[in-house]
Design a protein around this ligand. Structure first.
Ligand code: TNX
Length: 651
């Protein structure tokens, strides 16, 4: 009997089993079976078949190629299945073409060449699962699709034992599928970074752009300059002191971890601006050379590396040399954004340099700066990536432009022959709020809904085919001024899922309604992975004019119902009506009348909202205890304000 005959019988038997197992099982199974094919990002081609593959403790993972890399992919798949099911599948090398029933085959032999270096095909039948690809990276992506398929319904969405027959052929649209995590504004632990690498891999992303330096912290150990991490990695005082850094060994651990998940780690060292932390460590790097502190507030700060001193370039070159030793990435990101040039204007050495080189203005001086670094980085056999401002200085053709202020940089960059990464803020900035719910500061941050991210198109329509070929892909940055580690998931997910589909799936296969439907399944997978994706805050009380005076007074609200578990809590005070708003002095949480956590900083909430969020770490909660939120408030300009207190718990 041929395969089709068997699968028909298998399908029939399965129906009998389901019918015998009762309605509940039937409902669960059918959810699992249909849900298994709701993949994010959407594969290029999905042809459902008949029958089911039964995943059992006796299922074997068979590797047809005698390579260490494929063997470790086999072990990776076995580990992932064990995490979900507690089955420990044996990984075995096989020779010969025959596929034994009950096996999951990983192979790079006889793969469809049209699927390229990252493409794969996945064939599930009642008797086997075959993941084949030209390159191990493709096998890895086939495994990710399979992981999603087995997380589709039964057992709290962690694991379905029956996988529907299907033939999938898939490959990415873009080679740069990136996510940037800003670990300077808020430090993120090593384990957290690894967890993100896993979440990126699950969505077939392949670039982790690691924002390691900024005004608020230098986060990578440089052996030659120990002050960078001794003095430059912490800001604030007392309870508000914050920071941390990665040793070179830890960074190497991240690189290796990412490599095993086919992710390139692209490190970023910001220059010439966003340099306060470095200057706090070594004041001579700035024009004035005066001591200053690592910055603890957000915004665009004036401190720059001095472009007039040779010693600045010596420092940067030494830093980049150590960096390249840690990070094998072909690309090194050198920042380049938001360099306010006032200090260069006032600096005799910078002015002298401009005169000597015949530079007309300070933008040209940044061009000189970038070109010098670009040339140096090329001697290390790497290419620079820079934010779109680097275009102003006419860098070499090998420089990659990351367009963030819109898509103009992408168009200009590609027209000038540069490779381009598209990251336009209004579409992909994950520090922008998910909805207009009043929890975020007003100003630069505009609402960026899931649908808006999904509508993003990395290749501008006005490019010729040759120019369009220079668009490497897209990247969504998470800037973390307003996102300490516990709040990161809430900003990144589910929007990262939309970006992953934008850069993986061809435009003709992208459809918002279909994506939304698939996300209903995918949210359950994110739950199973412990992802604390965006959900709205809970209103826990309100204020009105009778609560507000011209001097600070406290307002108490009972939050016992909202504070059930330990963890990280974030409060937002949303102004609803009234010409005037409120000024907030501090906020606290009390347990049975005793204060257990307090956040003191000034915030305002009115037509303008800034700093109106208060964060609390709650280590324990006691059943039966009464919890109170206490806020110290006064009117800002008047007392006609009404507003709502919103609270969210973060895992
Ligand atoms: C602009 S994007 C910046 C970052 C901020 C971000 C906040 C870019 C290259 N520079 O320094 O964190 O806005 O949205």
């Amino acid at each position: 009997m041929g395969k089709t005959g068997w699968s028909l019988i298998a399908g029939f038997m399965c129906c009998l089993v389901l019918a015998a197992g009762g309605d509940k099982l039937m409902a669960q199974q059918s959810t699992g079976v249909t849900a298994a094919l709701e993949i994010v990002p959407q594969p290029v081609k999905v042809v459902p078949g008949k029958g089911l593959f039964a995943l059992k403790p006796s299922t074997v993972i068979a590797i047809t190629d005698d390579t260490v890399e494929l063997m470790s992919l086999g072990r990776y798949l076995s580990d992932q299945i064990r995490l979900l099911t507690e089955y420990t599948l044996e990984v075995r090398r096989t020779s010969g073409a025959a596929v034994a029933p009950g096996t999951i085959v990983l192979t790079t032999q006889g793969a469809d060449r049209t699927l390229g270096d990252e493409g794969y095909s996945l064939k599930v039948s009642w008797e086997s699962v075959i993941i084949s690809a030209q390159k191990p990276a493709g096998v890895f992506y086939g495994i990710q699709t399979f992981r999603q398929m087995i997380m589709s319904g039964d057992d709290s969405w962690r694991f379905s034992r029956s996988i529907p027959a299907v033939e999938i052929s898939d490959k990415p649209s873009y080679t740069w599928r990136g996510f940037q995590l800003d670990c300077s504004r808020h430090f993120m632990s090593l384990d957290f970074v690894k967890r993100y690498i896993d979440l990126l891999a699950y969505h077939k992303m392949n670039v982790f752009h690691w924002h390691l330096t900024d005004d608020q912290g230098w986060r990578i150990e440089i052996k030659r300059y120990p002050e960078l991490t001794r003095a430059g990695a912490f800001y604030g005082d007392g309870d508000n002191r914050h920071g941390g850094y990665y040793t070179q060994d830890e960074a190497r651990e991240i690189v290796a971890y990412a490599k095993s998940r086919y992710i390139t780690v692209v490190p970023e060292i910001e220059m010439p601006g966003h340099a306060t932390a470095a200057i706090a460590a070594y004041p001579e790097l700035s024009c004035a050379g005066k001591p200053l502190k690592v910055e603890s507030t957000w915004g665009i700060h004036p401190n720059l590396f001095c472009a007039g001193k040779e010693s600045t370039f010596e420092f940067i070159e030494n830093v980049l040399t150590e960096l390249c030793d840690i990070f094998p990435s072909p690309y090194i990101h050198i920042g380049g954004d938001e360099a306010v040039k006032d200090q260069w204007k006032a600096c005799p050495l910078c002015q002298k340099r401009m005169k000597e080189l015949g530079l007309k203005n300070e933008n040209e001086l940044q061009g000189y700066f970038t070109t010098r670094i670009d040339t140096f980085v090329q001697t290390l056999n790497r290419n620079i990536v820079g934010w779109d401002e680097i275009l102003e200085g006419g860098p070499s053709k090998t420089a990659v432009v990351q367009s963030w202020r819109g898509m103009e940089g992408a168009v200009e960059g590609a027209k000038k022959g540069h490779r381009v990464i598209s990251s336009p803020a209004p579409f992909v900035y994950l520090d922008f709020p998910n909805t207009e719910d009043g929890t975020n500061d007003t100003g630069w941050l505009k609402v960026t809904t899931l649908e808006k991210v999904y509508s993003f198109e990395p290749t501008p329509a006005e490019l010729t085919p040759a120019e369009a070929a220079l668009i490497l892909g897209g990247e969504c940055p998470l800037w973390t001024e307003r996102a300490p580690q516990p709040e990161v998931d809430h900003m990144v997910f589910p929007r990262l899922c939309a970006l992953a589909e934008v850069v993986w799936t061809p435009p003709e296969r992208r459809n918002w309604a279909d994506f939304s439907r698939r996300m209903e399944v995918h949210y359950r997978r994110l739950d199973a992975l412990g992802v604390d994706y965006f959900t709205p805050y809970t209103p826990v009380g309100s204020w009105d004019p009778k609560d507000i005076g011209n001097s600070f007074a406290t307002l108490d609200r009972d939050i016992t119902d909202a504070l059930r578990e330990p963890g990280h809590y974030r409060l937002a005070l949303r102004h609803d009506t009234g010409a005037n708003g409120v000024t907030i002095e501090w906020a606290a949480i009390l347990e049975n009348g005793r204060e257990m956590a307090r956040d003191t900083h000034e915030g305002v909430s009115g037509k303008r909202r800034a700093g109106h969020n208060y964060r609390f770490r709650v280590d324990t909660t006691r059943p039966g205890a009464r919890y109170t939120l206490r806020v110290s408030l006064r009117g800002d300009g008047g007392t006609d304000t009404k507003g709502t207190l919103l609270l969210r718990h973060f895992k």
